[in-house]
Design a protein around this ligand. Structure first.
Ligand SMILES: C[S@@+](CC[C@H](N)C(=O)[O-])C[C@H]1O[C@@H](n2cnc3c(N)ncnc32)[C@H](O)[C@@H]1O
Length: 259
């Protein structure tokens, strides 16, 4: 993750990130998690792990439904923010300060998930090492759900902008990706938040290098890693919409199960 001189970093300002990316219907997405668990999990799910949790937008809904929540992130401010959010709600959660590309924890989880394209890898070795890390802490028969993170539509790179107005704040959000290295399949991803609070305006930015993983490459890597079964990929949080039949990709979900 690269920071710009004189500019605030998006991931070190969790509240603004939380507002800017708060467009999701979390209850509906958690309904989908539970549908996947009912249909595909071979273990009863009690403990869940949110990988690259950021401000933990899924935490309150999951805890309300009886799951024990742990968030893993490389950003300490994101974890502190999640802990404070939990404290205010009167609940207890776990946090793990670690790099998703290589981590080892003693605890075991029954369901793991990585939302909104939070799979952060720069090479195929990083991805294989990430799968190893998840495998070591996921129960046998437990699911690993990935939201986006795979480049399904390789004819174009993503980019979007939107505005959120909440609690006296106006946040203009821009998310852009640009090719960096075609042979290494690397891109530069930029997130810019322009936060307008009364008469004050702040600009927050994050720039990071990522590696595109194409669908067939993903399947080969999962196969080579050998620790997960591939169960399928689905459009827009709907098990009735396999990606093979999709005309456009919208929040594609990939499901793996620990062998
Ligand atoms: C796009 S945000 C998504 C946050 C959250 N998953 C959500 O759904 O809103 C990506 C998060 O991944 C974290 N992250 C980036 N690289 C990471 C790494 N190597 N290991 C762990 N977390 C990482 C960032 O700090 C950030 O909080």
């Amino acid at each position: 993750m690269r920071r710009r001189e004189g500019c605030l970093d998006v991931y070190e300002n969790p509240y603004y990130y939380d507002v800017a990316f708060g467009f999701r219907d979390i209850a509906k997405e958690v309904d989908f998690f539970e549908e996947c668990i009912r249909k595909y999990s071979k273990v009863k799910v009690k403990k869940v792990l949110d990988i690259g949790c950021g401000p933990s937008p899924y935490m309150l809904e999951l805890v309300k439904r009886g799951y024990a929540f742990t968030g893993l992130d490389i950003s300490k401010p994101m974890l502190d923010y999640s802990l404070e959010k939990a404290r205010k709600a009167g609940i207890t959660i776990g946090v793990i300060h670690a790099d998703m590309r290589r981590f080892r924890v003693k605890e075991n989880f029954d369901f793991a998930f990585c939302m909104l394209g939070s799979l952060e890898v720069e090479t195929n070795s990083d991805f294989l090492s990430h799968l190893d890390s998840v495998a070591t802490c996921l129960s046998q028969g437990g699911l690993y759900l990935l939201d986006s993170g795979i480049q399904f539509d390789w004819t174009k790179l993503g980019g979007e902008s939107w505005t959120v107005i909440k609690d006296g704040l106006v946040i203009n959000v821009a998310w852009e990706t640009a090719p960096l290295n075609f042979i290494e399949q690397k891109i530069m991803e930029k997130i810019t938040l322009e936060v307008i609070e009364g008469k004050r305006t702040k600009v927050l930015k994050t720039e990071k290098v990522g590696k595109l993983i194409f669908p067939q490459e993903f399947l080969q890597l999962v196969n080579r890693n050998g620790k997960f079964e591939f169960l399928g990929w689905f459009n827009n949080f709907d098990l009735e919409q396999p990606l093979e039949e999709a005309e456009r990709f919208n929040r594609p979900i990939t499901l793996l199960r620990k062998r």
